[in-house]
Design a protein around this ligand. Structure first.
Ligand SMILES: *[C@@H]1O[C@H](CO)[C@@H](O)[C@H](O)[C@H]1NC(C)=O
Length: 267
């Protein structure tokens, strides 16, 4: 290439000389051109026009190649910027997706927390709405007339069961035993036939007296004592009725003396 350029330069300078020599030739034929002699001296076989043509072709070819390369470069540049744009867009999308994922994870965590809280609430509600045990009883004292205490107090055994749902009352001991913590109501009505004497009735909770009623009469006819108490009981608390020493009560098939109780609300 460098050789070709040097040759080209040389050729141009020679062409100029040749033109000048032609003009000179027209005027003075006697003057012969030194340039022709120089050409002959440099390269005796050189076909100048052919070389020129070849060089021109080469230049044209190089121009075409250059244009083609430039075009290709342009296309590549365009492609490159397109790829860059798409990459940026993808990165933006990835960031947005990451944010959405984070938001969803946060939501999921919140939902999980609320679910756990709801489960706890449901558990508590289930405990609350656990069906209350059914507890209610009524019993008559006896079917055989007078019941007497003698020299010591007497725990009354109301042996004639009328109702005993939940079996919390015992017709063999006369004691009610609380099956659950709760508020209960107990009541009684007892009868005596009083001819110048006292009748008396006491209610006990775990051996501790809660109530004592008495009556004196002398007409030899039936007298009744009746009352009731609302009691808060723990599981296993016992309630019963008692008469002091030297007292008695009466009952027969009419159910003159009865003891009743039931659970109002569990606690
Ligand atoms: C007394 O109670 C019994 C149940 O223990 C019942 O069968 C009877 O009819 C009652 N008596 C009266 C007179 O109501």
């Amino acid at each position: 290439m460098r050789a070709a350029i040097s040759l080209l330069v040389l050729l141009f300078s020679m062409c100029g000389a040749q033109t000048r020599s032609t003009q000179i030739e027209v005027q003075t034929e006697s003057q012969s051109t030194g340039a022709a002699a120089a050409v002959a001296e440099v390269s005796p076989q050189l076909d100048v026009s052919a070389e020129l043509k070849e060089l021109r072709d080469m230049v044209v070819e190089l121009r075409v190649t250059l244009r083609y390369t430039q075009d290709e470069l342009k296309v590549m540049k365009a492609e490159n910027s397109d790829v860059k744009e798409r990459l940026v867009a993808s990165e933006t999308k990835v960031k947005a997706l990451e944010m959405v994922t984070a938001a969803q994870e946060a939501k999921l965590t919140a939902v999980k927390t609320r679910l756990a809280a709801t489960e706890t609430e449901v558990d508590n509600l289930e405990k609350e709405i656990k069906p209350a045990p059914k507890v209610a009883f009524s019993a008559g004292l006896t079917n055989s007339g007078f019941i007497e205490s003698g020299n010591t107090e007497l725990n009354l055994v109301f042996s004639r069961i009328i109702t005993n749902v939940g079996q919390a009352y015992s017709s063999t001991t006369g004691f009610f035993t609380a099956p659950v913590r709760g508020v209960y109501y107990f009541r009684f009505t007892v009868m005596e036939v009083l001819s110048s004497r006292y009748m008396e009735i006491q209610m006990f909770k775990n051996g501790q007296q809660l109530m004592e009623l008495y009556e004196y009469d002398s007409d030899g006819k039936a007298t009744y004592l009746s009352s009731g108490l609302t009691l808060q009981l723990e599981v296993g608390d016992e309630v019963n009725l008692r008469i002091p020493p030297g007292h008695r009560l009466y009952d027969d098939s009419n159910n003159d003396s009865t003891f009743s109780g039931f659970l109002l609300v569990p606690l």
